[in-house]
Design a protein around this ligand. Structure first.
Ligand SMILES: [Zn+2]
Length: 386
């Protein structure tokens, strides 16, 4: 539910919200902002957007009320979780899975299928409505932001699920560790506000917490180096080794979009850049230092991706494939293709820039008064949309 509000109304709505309701306030650009007395007044032309998530949940029917409030039909969902076809179940185990084909309610069912097909329901005696309740709670704690949203949570979880099957991890480590890995993936960006390092962690177990913390990119090199050190003597029965592997696998899953088919991966890059640019625009507005890779004046779509693939993604993925050579074709080959694709795009942009510079040089001396009136030779090439 969303509404455009003025500040007075906003505070009244916040005051009247139930104890279980979650209020999220977005500015006109879609950034999450703090509800506080310092909030600048808005106007009919610059409306805040208030989102109230969940209904009044003080009844015993918490789960179903919540489901209805979120727009899910619980009875059909219970039925449909049993009705997911064998074909979809198999597809769900592969990195080629396309998240864009599924609505959020269907994604909730697919998450249940993962818990069911890894035998977590039977092994840990998890009641289905408890699992559903948990997933609803997770769902409403992901924010409506361009990238770090519920669909990203699903993609990371689905990649983790795929890796577990592809590497036959079930024969190598305990179910409880697998449960922690999948659940860490589900929770890893809870409450992410769209600003880096600004997220709060709601993990329950120490290991899950460490797995989630492992996704913080500031610890990337440290964790990767640890993994490289133990790789030559890797032993699945050694708990320290397993712990590092679990952190590596959630890191790989977290940044695995480029291992997916191009038509799945590319829209995700647009979402990420949109979130980055929102942050850097805000930082510029407030006079704060701007992270260069988030600055729309400094990065282009391909330049942001070629650097990331070369220096962050490849070095990480290659080490995991060293332990599991079977992953080469599933996660290394597609990333190599993505790198070629963005390298080409980068070259094309560079050519376009040069053409433009050249034409400006040619145009300037004779028509310095209105250079815009002349069409540019490179002008037919469409600039990359973000
Ligand atoms: Zn993430």
């Amino acid at each position: 539910m969303g509404a455009f509000v003025v500040t007075d109304y906003l505070f009244r709505a916040a005051a009247e919200a139930g104890p279980h309701d979650i209020l999220k306030l977005y500015n006109t650009k879609g950034n999450i902002i703090n509800i506080s007395p310092q909030l600048a007044p808005n106007s009919p032309h610059s409306c805040y957007k208030l989102e109230v998530v969940a209904a009044d949940c003080n009844s015993e029917l918490l789960g179903s009320d919540l489901a209805v409030a979120l727009g899910f039909d619980l009875s059909s969902m219970e039925k449909s979780s049993l009705e997911v076809s064998e074909e979809v179940r198999q597809y769900l185990k592969t990195p080629t899975f396309d998240n864009w084909q599924w609505e959020d309610a269907e994604i909730m069912v697919l998450l249940q299928v993962m818990y069911t097909d890894l035998d977590f329901i039977s092994t840990f005696n998890i009641e289905l409505d408890v699992l559903q309740q948990f997933l609803y709670e997770v769902y409403r704690r992901y924010n409506n932001i361009p990238f770090h949203n519920f669909k990203h949570c699903f993609c990371v979880t689905q990649m983790m699920y795929g890796l577990i099957w592809l590497t036959d991890l079930r024969s190598k480590i305990d179910s409880v560790d697998l449960l922690i890995m999948l659940t860490s993936a589900v929770c890893h960006d809870l409450d992410h506000t769209g600003y880096n390092n600004a997220y709060q962690i709601n993990a329950r177990t120490e290991l899950a917490l460490r797995c989630i913390l492992a996704t913080d990119m500031t610890r990337h090199t440290e964790i990767l180096n640890k993994f490289k050190t133990i790789l030559p003597v890797f032993d699945f029965s050694n708990k320290d080794h397993r712990d590092v592997l679990m952190m590596i696998m959630i890191k790989v899953s977290d940044i695995s979009n480029e291992a997916r088919p191009m038509d799945v991966a590319e829209p995700w890059l647009d979402c990420l850049l949109q979130e980055f640019f929102n942050q850097s625009d805000m930082e510029k507005l407030e006079g704060l230092p701007v992270t260069p890779f988030m600055d729309r004046d400094k990065v282009t779509k391909p330049s942001s991706q070629t650097g990331f693939i070369r220096f962050v993604l490849f070095p990480l993925f290659i080490e995991l494939a060293n332990l599991f050579p079977c992953l080469e074709q599933h996660i290394i080959d597609p990333v190599r293709k993505a790198l070629d694709y963005y390298t080409e795009m980068e070259k094309a942009l560079e050519r376009e820039k040069q053409n433009r510079a050249q034409s400006e040089k040619m145009v300037k001396p004779s028509t310095s008064k209105e250079p815009e009136a002349h069409p540019e030779p490179g002008g037919t090439t469409k600039p990359v949309n973000l």
